[in-house]
Design a protein around this ligand. Structure first.
Ligand code: SF4
Ligand code: MG
Length: 273
């Protein structure tokens, strides 16, 4: 572990600023383990983040990194990928960052099927700014901006990504850390837009307001509500209530990837064919 920290984290940046029991460290660790499993050179990896608790991750990691503006990680990553398609471009973003201010960018990146690996740290809330609701705050949950409970239905991000054109869609939790890392490996290996939603615990800004207990209880909640996709497929509708599937939810090969299409366009415009 120490060897991995010395190799992939910037010297002098740890300890991180996340609250005790926050799931962000588990997700960030899973990203690093995935990169290590694939034995990618650090120079061949770009990590782009937006703004929010989880987006602080890019500052700790020793790759080509950009800590960009709120909601804008995906357009910055799109520019990086277009300029240098051989890079493995990984976006680290939160549920608020990716689906509210960055929601427009998210759906269009899916539609283009650009080869980005987008890891959404889904803690169900805006953690950094004090617990305001996001588009992924579960229905009827409390937030500082929804003290009587959320009346807006929340996004199913996996379904949204699939409908918008993403070609690899997975979900996992911080309780299932090993699986999370394996899914990030698959997302990086997949040629095209990959979403990995990581259901993560924010014991401070979400857990307290919703009386979910401490960090350990929130992880037990993940254990008890996440269902591996093979079991989910056999589960009758009435037993699915309140639960969610984890694993690879959708994958399709063979759809044209955006930077390839763009390179072909340039070649054609230059008179190649
Ligand atoms: Fe983690 Fe929540 Fe604290 Fe942010 S506010 S660091 S998401 S526990
Ligand atoms: Mg969040």
């Amino acid at each position: 572990m120490e060897e991995m920290i010395n190799k992939y984290f910037r010297p002098g940046r740890l300890p991180h600023i996340w609250c005790p029991g926050c799931g962000n460290g588990v997700v960030t660790g899973s990203v690093v383990k995935a990169i290590a499993k694939l034995d990618l050179s650090k120079d061949d990896v770009a990590v782009i983040s937006g703004i929010g608790c989880s987006s602080r991750a890019s500052g700790y990691l020793d790759f080509n990194t950009v800590h960009s503006a709120h909601g804008r990680a995906i357009p910055v990553a799109t520019g990086v990928k277009l300029a240098e398609p051989k890079l493995n471009v990984i976006v680290l973003t939160g549920d608020g960052d990716a689906t509210a201010i960055g929601g427009n960018h998210f759906i269009h990146a899916c539609r283009r099927n650009i080869d980005l690996t987008v890891v959404v740290y889904n803690n169900s809330i805006y953690g950094m700014t004090g617990g305001q609701y996001s588009p992924m705050t579960p229905y009827h949950s409390k937030a500082t901006t929804a003290p009587y409970g959320m009346i807006e239905p929340d996004f199913n991000l996996a379904e949204l990504a699939k409908a918008a054109g993403a070609t690899f869609v997975a979900r996992c939790t911080t309780f299932h850390a090993q699986m999370l890392s394996d899914l990030i490996v698959k997302g990086i290996q997949h040629k095209g837009f990959s979403l990995i939603e990581a259901v993560s615990a924010c014991p401070i800004s979400f857990g307290r307001q919703n009386k979910m207990g401490g960090p350990a209880e929130m992880m037990m909640w993940q254990r008890d509500h996440a269902v591996p996709v093979a079991a989910w497929d056999k589960l009758p509708e009435e037993k699915r209530e309140g639960k969610f599937p984890i694993g690879v939810l959708y994958q399709v090969e063979g759809r044209k990837e955006y930077t390839e299409a763009y390179d072909e366009l340039i070649a054609m415009a230059q008179g190649g064919k």
